[in-house]
Design a protein around this ligand. Structure first.
Ligand SMILES: [Zn+2]
Length: 109
């Protein structure tokens, strides 16, 4: 599923996706960083959960919430380069779609 448009609101630290259906999702950048789909980040959160499945992952105040670049990758993904140099996370539009549901669920609480 390809979004209709993508917008990076640098000042607001938001990445706004307009989907084909007209729905709009405003991703806080810190949320995208927390859900970085790269192998390193995924393993880190999986490991922490395996040690203690009931442990809530602490929100790291050092988590950068500022991107220095957001680049399109082909017609299927974006790559976000963070201010701490981390840039291996490839957010495919499928991943963004999944994350938009997760964001909705989190906001519902
Ligand atoms: Zn990562």
């Amino acid at each position: 599923m390809q979004p209709r448009s993508l917008e990076w609101k640098e000042k607001e630290k938001l990445f706004v996706v307009t989907w084909q259906c007209g729905r709009i999702t405003s991703f806080p950048l810190v949320f995208l960083r927390k859900n970085c789909p790269c192998a390193t980040c995924k393993d880190a959160s999986k490991e922490a959960k395996q040690k203690d499945p009931f442990k809530l992952l602490p929100s790291n105040p050092k988590d950068p919430d500022q991107a220095i670049r957001i680049d399109p990758v082909g017609r299927y993904a974006i790559r976000i380069s963070w201010e701490d140099g981390h840039a291996t996370g490839l957010y495919s539009f499928d991943v963004l779609k999944e994350l938009s549901h997760k964001l909705d669920a989190e906001n519902a609480h």
